[in-house]
Design a protein around this ligand. Structure first.
Ligand code: 4AD
Ligand code: MG
Length: 430
C-alpha cells in the first residue's frame, strides 16, 4: 500500500510504502535510525540488521542526506516520538542519490541559509512554520466564508496609491506609469458597495527601506471590507477573526508548535474581547514607562508598540490616532475631528502591529477636501470618489499582515522565515 507519512496512523501493523527523503540518520553495527520526511510529515524508520537482507542494511547505513527513496515497512506505534509512530523498515529503493547537501545538521548563518532558501524549506523548522502559515490561510477562508463574506481579488497593477506615495514600487504599464499594489483597500471599498461584506487575500508591495524583523518588501495581506459597519463593529470582527485563527492553530498545529518549541500559554489567552486603549491613553502609558520625549502627534515605533503590548496579556487595540499621521481615507471622529476612527491591533511578545484598520470617510465633500490636501488628482482617483456619490454608506475595513501573524503564532523572531521566498531590502534571490 502506497501512502504518506500523514496517513500512517490508518495502517498500524500493516506494511506500507512511502516516497521520502532522508533528513538525517544514526546507525550502529546492528541498527540504523533513518529520519524520513515526505513533505506531509517526519517519521523515524528503523532498520534492524538481523531482520533485513544484508544489502538493504548496508544501503540504509550508507544513505546520504536528502537522498530520495521508496521505503517499505510496517507501521508501529511509538510513544517516545512526538509524532507517535515509526516505520519498521523491510525494504528500500533509492530513487536519486544526493551528494554534498549544503545544509548539514550543524549550525549555519542566516545569510547562508537565506541563499539556500530553496533547500532550507525542507528543514523541520521551516516545514512547521509553513504549515502554520497554511493553517492561518485555511482558517481565514473558513472564517470569512462562514460569516457570509465574498472573496474579491483586487488588481496588483494599479494606477493609484492607497497608502501614501513614498513606498510605491513603480513600473511601466506600456506607456503609462503604474505601481504594484500597496493595499487592495480602495478596490475592496468598491467591492463592499457591490457585495456587502468582502475580503481579499493577496500579495502587496512596499518599497520601504526598512531592515527590521517586521518588514518585508513583498508581503501578503488579508483585507476585509464591510458596508454598513462602523469602527466599533469592525473591531468586533477583528477580535473574533484573530481569536478564530488562534483556536484553529492551537487545535490543528500541535506537532508544529511543538517542533518550534512555541510556548502556547500566551496563545491560549487570545480570546475575544481584546482590550482597547486610545492613542491619548497610549501616550500617557508610554510616559509612565519612561518614554519622556514622546509627544502627542507622533507616530509609534517598534519600541513604543512593544512597551504598550507589555501591559496586556492579549493583543491590544490602539484607537483614535491623530488624523495627521494616518491615511487620507480615514473618517474623523465627529466628536473630535483631530483624531480618526481607526485602530491598530498590537500583538503581545513584541510582534508589533498585526492589523491596521479604520472606518472610511463616506461623505463626498469631505473626501474632496482630503483629495485637495493630499494632491490626489487625475483619473486614477476619480472612480474612488464616485463611491461617495452613488448611495454612499458608512463602511469599515482592515488589513491583517499575514507574515507578522505567522511570526507571532509560530514564535519566530523575524518575518523573513514566515514566507517561502522572502523579498528583502537586499534580497531578490532565490
Ligand atoms: O497598516 P497598513 O499599511 O494598512 C493598510 O494597508 C490598509 N489599507 C489596510 C486596510 O484597512 N484595508 O498595513 C496593514 C498590515 C499591518 O498592520 C502589518 O501587519 C502589515 O499589513 N504590513 C507589513 N507586513 C510586512 N512587511 C511590511 N512592510 C508591512 N507593512 C504592513
Ligand atoms: Mg499600519
Amino acid at each position: 500500500m502506497k501512502t504518506t507519512i500523514s496517513q500512517v496512523s490508518k495502517y498500524v501493523g500493516q506494511e506500507v510504502t512511502i516516497g521520502a527523503w532522508l533528513a538525517n540518520k544514526r546507525s550502529s553495527g546492528k541498527i540504523a535510525f533513518l529520519q524520513l520526511r515526505d513533505g506531509t510529515g517526519f517519521i523515524q524508520g528503523v532498520v534492524v540488521k538481523a531482520e533485513v537482507a544484508e544489502e538493504i542494511f548496508q544501503s540504509a547505513k550508507n544513505l546520504t542526506q536528502e537522498t530520495s527513496l521508496y521505503v517499505t515497512g510496517v507501521v508501529a506505534e511509538d510513544n517516545r516520538s512526538p509524532f507517535g509512530y515509526e516505520l519498521q523498515v523491510k525494504d528500500l529503493e533509492i530513487i536519486h542519490e544526493s551528494t554534498d547537501f549544503p545544509i548539514t545538521p550543524k549550525e549555519h548563518g542566516t545569510e547562508f541559509l537565506m541563499d539556500h532558501r530553496h533547500l532550507w524549506l525542507r528543514s523541520k523548522k521551516q516545514h512547521a512554520i509553513m504549515k502554520i502559515r497554511n493553517e492561518i490561510i485555511r482558517a481565514t477562508y473558513n472564517f470569512f466564508n462562514e460569516n457570509d463574506y465574498v472573496k474579491i481579488d483586487p488588481p496588483i497593477l494599479t494606477g493609484s496609491s492607497a497608502e501614501g506615495t513614498t513606498e510605491l514600487f513603480h513600473t511601466k504599464y506600456f506607456d503609462e506609469e503604474a505601481y504594484l499594489s500597496q493595499s487592495g483597500q480602495l478596490y475592496m471599498e468598491a467591492a463592499a458597495m457591490a457585495f456587502g461584506k468582502v475580503f481579499s487575500f493577496g500579495p502587496t508591495f512596499r518599497a520601504e527601506k526598512s531592515k527590521t524583523r517586521r518588514h518585508l518588501i513583498e508581503f501578503w495581506m488579508i483585507e476585509p471590507e464591510m458596508a454598513f459597519m462602523d469602527h466599533e463593529d469592525s473591531l468586533t470582527v477583528q477580535e473574533q477573526y484573530v481569536s478564530y485563527i488562534a483556536e484553529n492553530v492551537l487545535q490543528n498545529c500541535k506537532l508544529e508548535l511543538n517542533a518550534l518549541e512555541r510556548n502556547t500559554e500566551s496563545l491560549e489567552k487570545i480570546k475575544a474581547p481584546f482590550p482597547r486603549i486610545t492613542y491619548d491613553e497610549a501616550i500617557d502609558l508610554l510616559k509612565e514607562k519612561g518614554f519622556d520625549d514622546i509627544e502627542w502627534g507622533e507616530d509609534f515605533g517598534a519600541p513604543h508598540e512593544t512597551a504598550i503590548a507589555e501591559s496586556f496579556e492579549k493583543p491590544v487595540f490602539i484607537t483614535h490616532y491623530p488624523a495627521d499621521i494616518k491615511a487620507f481615507y480615514m473618517k474623523p471622529d465627529p466628536k473630535r475631528p483631530e483624531v480618526v476612527l481607526c485602530a491598530d491591533l498590537i500583538a503581545p511578545e513584541g510582534y508589533g502591529e498585526i492589523i491596521g484598520g479604520s472606518q472610511r470617510i463616506d461623505d463626498l465633500s469631505l473626501m474632496e477636501q482630503r483629495y485637495e490636501e493630499h494632491n490626489l488628482t487625475g483619473d486614477a482617483y476619480k472612480w474612488y470618489l464616485e463611491l461617495r456619490k452613488y448611495g454612499s454608506v458608512p463602511h469599515s475595513g482592515f488589513g491583517l499582515g499575514l507574515e507578522r501573524t505567522v511570526a507571532w503564532f509560530a514564535g519566530v523572531e523575524h518575518v523573513r522565515e514566515t514566507i517561502p521566498f522572502p523579498r528583502l531590502l537586499n534580497r531578490l534571490y532565490p
